[in-house]
Ligand binder design. Structure first.
Ligand SMILES: Nc1nc2c(c(=O)[nH]1)N[C@H]1C(S)=C(S)[C@@H](COP(=O)(O)OP(=O)(O)OC[C@H]3O[C@@H](n4cnc5c(=O)[nH]c(N)nc54)[C@H](O)[C@@H]3O)O[C@H]1N2
Ligand SMILES: Nc1nc2c(c(=O)[nH]1)N[C@H]1C(S)=C(S)[C@@H](COP(=O)(O)OP(=O)(O)OC[C@H]3O[C@@H](n4cnc5c(=O)[nH]c(N)nc54)[C@H](O)[C@@H]3O)O[C@H]1N2
Ligand SMILES: [Mo]
Length: 766
């Protein structure tokens, strides 16, 4: 194609070219279902939201007393690059000198962009390690509870179930797919690092055409592709564990559970059975009991249990279920339920965590390693579970529990962020606004004037991938792509790598950071990892220049052989799981030994804490705060596709017709959502695809406060994190619980303030 060059993103491979000053994007021709998110990319080249020059917050620059309190409501002054780099270097030197690396938070969570070299997380961690280390964060907002519970009960995260069940096996063999939290098509658009082919839809349609049956368990009807004719069980949010227990109860009462499997492959089943049958607490977890909690009729639960026991059944549990109060439980209980069915390790049966939550889960494993930038060693022992950022900043020295450890929060003086947007991803933004007033200095590298950039003291403009060369590759994706520079850097934006190299130079560490390689030399060097492995296995192994000229390289895959689950099933004595018992832990002595009330030795039902709040304070509606279909998180909210989904510039909130009628709300009305923590405006979309009593507002609209001085700001754009609660899943994982909250809603009758945050920063005065 004329003048088109290959490139890649978290939502797909594509070709791009600059034509008559406009950026044209074409999906990769081999992608059967390109993502509509590609439509957000052209705005990168010209949007006023882009950061064009380094900028410094006025109060910080002038060292005004108590200036940190003005963060989020202060003016910015543009400075030259040398001035900005000097300021950052001097500040790092000062804080390091006075307090050492333990006063610097570099957790810097965020997806940043695809590209193996310029990956902002890798760059910032490498940079901070070269300087002597930093306080880090562990686990992810995506999967924080599962990442802690799964190693206790199955073995290392991502090494067992997510490597066992493939789309091919589902197409070939699954008869019944029970999807807790669904497998929303929009979610499979995306995979961290890239996704060259969107194959989920054809695979599931293939299974359906063969006669497979799908059951969707979710408050939203469109959490699964419509052509699958799925049976929709509109569960009450946060109650899946009760439903799973009800199913398990039927299996036992009717003798449908697989005793041989439980004996041979699991440990601790009898303790769990005591709980299930009520011998432990006097409460039988019967279908009637479950029905009263989850809102699904007892008869339906009985029928579902019987079908699950009489077919090749796959249970999937989405990320979303564990991003809520007691999020460890649904993942663990999903595993236990699959173990009771005895199908773990059978083709197209068993359990898969997060299948359908990300596009590459369920694809075959790569047979070669991918290029990876070395991050060096971090000698600092302190860390936080990633979603405890506000707690850390607000409570220096304060105690917290995590996975069997009693720990203390470090005392952070400087925060350094590159490639993430905490004012997108964190909960209770009014709380986060307070927390961000605490450190002495906040430094952010950003591509655009996001809310996080607007809470920083020093803002350094970073290029996007379109403005630089890189290598695109991701786990389970069979295509490596040359990500070729498509446009010149916008304004004075520079690559994170160059920015860090110049700061390192001022601190006498340039060579340690760069190893004297240019970007191009780094790409060629990193490529060698994969080329060596290809050559060693007698696969075509072109040199870097050949790969770069061709634009792409097919990578070999491991056979689709049932993975670790099959290996374990075939011979559990020779191939035990890396758990304390070598088996699937239905009861974990380790977890029981931690003595946590909120996560004990086997999975159990806990009523969500949010329910207590709702009863007390009259917030009767559940709000599902899920991933947006119109963008990746907050990325490119200024892009054309994301903007096309807004109404009057606001994010749409879906409301069931009955809930809307009760409140006199009509389609496209601007509404105010509120609870005890905050409020936001959004545009009503009335839809019967949302269960009664539930509303849905996707994440990712850039947070814009109505009054940046107010302690309780309202977001005028529609960011649900102004409403969510900032509390860990439990003392075990301390993971993000942002998926669900409780709110009320009313028509907004005040004067509608214009949304300005997507239009960039206004610099006033001199
Ligand atoms: N309520 C609620 N909250 C949630 C969730 C939820 O379900 N409900 N989901 C959570 C989940 S699963 C996740 S993963 C998080 C996502 O949270 P984040 O990963 O923080 O969200 P992104 O919008 O992807 O932020 C990436 C930022 O990096 C910037 N960026 C991109 N490329 C580059 C680069 O090359 N260099 C630099 N310096 N910056 C770059 C982008 O402009 C963007 O602002 O949100 C979490 N938050
Ligand atoms: N287009 C797009 N795709 C994405 C992303 C994006 O930003 N945009 N983000 C990616 C990332 S980082 C991640 S981690 C994954 C996240 O994957 P998930 O966390 O699985 O995705 P969500 O869309 O947040 O939630 C999926 C669905 O779960 C349902 N749900 C919520 N609460 C409950 C409950 O209590 N019970 C049941 N049964 N269902 C419930 C909601 O209806 C919701 O639509 O998505 C990835 N895919
Ligand atoms: Mo995520």
């Amino acid at each position: 194609m004329d003048g088109f060059k290959t490139h890649s993103s978290h939502w797909g491979a594509f070709y791009g070219r600059q034509q008559d000053g406009k950026l044209e994007i074409q999906p990769h021709p081999a992608d059967p279902h390109p993502s509509p998110l590609l439509g957000n990319l052209p705005a990168i080249a010209h949007s006023p939201a882009r950061i064009r020059r380094p900028a410094v917050r006025r109060g910080w620059l002038e060292r005004k007393p108590k200036n940190a309190e003005r963060r989020g409501n202060d003016g910015y002054v543009e400075v030259t690059w040398p001035e900005a780099l000097d300021l950052v270097a001097n500040e790092l030197r000062r804080v390091h000198g006075e307090s050492g690396p333990r006063a610097i938070f570099g957790g810097s969570y965020g997806w940043s962009s695809a590209g193996r070299f310029h990956h902002a997380q890798s760059q910032i961690h490498r940079f901070l390690n070269v300087l002597g280390g930093y306080v880090r964060s562990v686990n992810t907002y995506s999967s924080g509870a599962a990442m802690v519970i799964i190693p206790h009960v199955l073995g290392p995260y991502d090494s067992f179930d997510r490597k066992s069940v493939t789309w091919e096996a589902i197409e070939r063999s699954s008869e019944l797919i029970v999807a807790f939290g669904g497998m929303a098509v929009k979610n499979t658009d995306v995979h961290g690092g890239g996704i060259s082919r969107h194959v989920v839809r054809p695979a599931l349609s293939g299974a359906r055409a063969r006669g497979a049956r799908f059951v969707l368990i979710s408050p939203l009807k469109d959490d699964i592709a419509t052509d699958l004719d799925a049976e929709w069980l509109p569960v009450t949010p946060g109650t899946d564990v009760a439903l799973m227990l009800g199913i398990a109860f039927v299996l036992i009462s009717e003798g449908l559970h697989d005793r041989r499997f439980l004996d041979r492959y699991t440990v601790g089943y009898p303790r769990f059975e005591d709980y299930l049958l009520g011998r432990e607490d006097g409460v039988e977890k019967s279908p009637q009991w479950a029905s009263g909690i989850c809102g699904i009729a007892a008869g339906t639960i009985v029928d579902l249990a019987r079908s699950m026991a009489s077919a090749r059944t796959l249970i999937t549990v989405s990320h979303s279920l564990q991003r809520a109060d007691y999020g460890e439980q649904p993942v663990w209980m999903g595993i236990v339920l699959s173990a009771m069915l005895g199908q773990i390790g059978l083709d197209g049966g068993g359990f898969s965590y997060s299948l359908g939550a990300l596009g590459n889960i369920g694809k075959s494993q790569l047979a070669v390693p991918l290029p990876t930038l070395k991050q060096f060693h971090n000698p600092v022992p302190d860390f936080i579970p990633v979603a405890r950022i506000a707690d850390m900043l607000l409570n220096p020295g304060g105690p917290f529990h995590y996975n069997g450890h009693a720990l203390h929060y470090p005392n952070i003086r400087l925060v350094y962020w590159a490639g993430g947007n905490p004012f997108h991803h964190h909960q209770d933004l009014n709380g986060l606004r307070q927390a961000f007033k605490r450190p002495e200095t906040i430094i952010v590298h950003e591509t655009a004037w996001t809310s996080s950039a607007r809470h920083a003291d020093i803002v350094l403009p970073a290029t996007t991938t379109l403005e630089r060369d890189d290598i695109g590759a991701a786990d389970r994706d069979p295509m490596m792509l040359a990500m070729k520079k498509l446009i010149e850097p916008v304004g004075e934006a520079r690559d994170d790598y160059e920015i860090f190299a110049d700061i390192a130079e001022r601190l006498g560490k340039r060579e340690a950071f760069t190893e004297n390689r240019s970007t191009r030399e780094w790409l060629a060097f990193l490529f060698e990892t994969t080329r060596h492995a290809l050559a060693a296995d007698s696969h075509p192994a072109p040199d870097f220049e050949t790969f770069w000229d061709r634009g792409e390289l097919r990578l070999p895959l491991r056979p689709d052989d049932g993975g670790p689950a099959r290996v374990f099933r075939d011979d559990p004595d020779t191939n035990p799981l890396p758990t304390p018992s070598g088996k699937i832990e239905i009861f974990s002595e380790t977890i029981e030994g931690f003595g946590y009330e909120d996560c004990r030795g086997h999975p159990r039902w806990y009523a969500p804490d949010e329910d207590a709040m709702a009863a007390e304070s009259h917030y009767p509606l559940y709000l599902v705060c899920n991933q947006p279909y119109s963008r990746l998180h907050s990325q490119l909210d200024y892009g054309d596709f994301s903007r096309s989904t807004k109404i009057d510039g606001r994010e749409p909130v879906r409301i069931n017709p009955a809930d809307a009628a009760e409140r006199g709300i009509s389609d496209r009305d601007i509404v105010r959502l509120f609870n005890a923590r905050g409020s936001c405006l959004a545009a009503a979309v009335i839809s019967a695809d949302v269960r009664p009593g539930v509303m849905q507002l996707a994440t990712g609209a850039w947070f814009e406060p109505d009054n940046a001085d107010a302690e309780m700001a309202m977001c005028i754009h529609g960011n649900p994190n102004i409403l969510t609660r900032d509390a860990g899943t439990s003392q075990l994982a301390q993971a993000c619980t942002g998926q669900l909250t409780r709110v009320n809603v009313e028509r907004f009758t005040g004067e509608l303030p214009p949304v300005r945050i997507l239009e960039g920063m206004t610099f006033t005065g001199g």
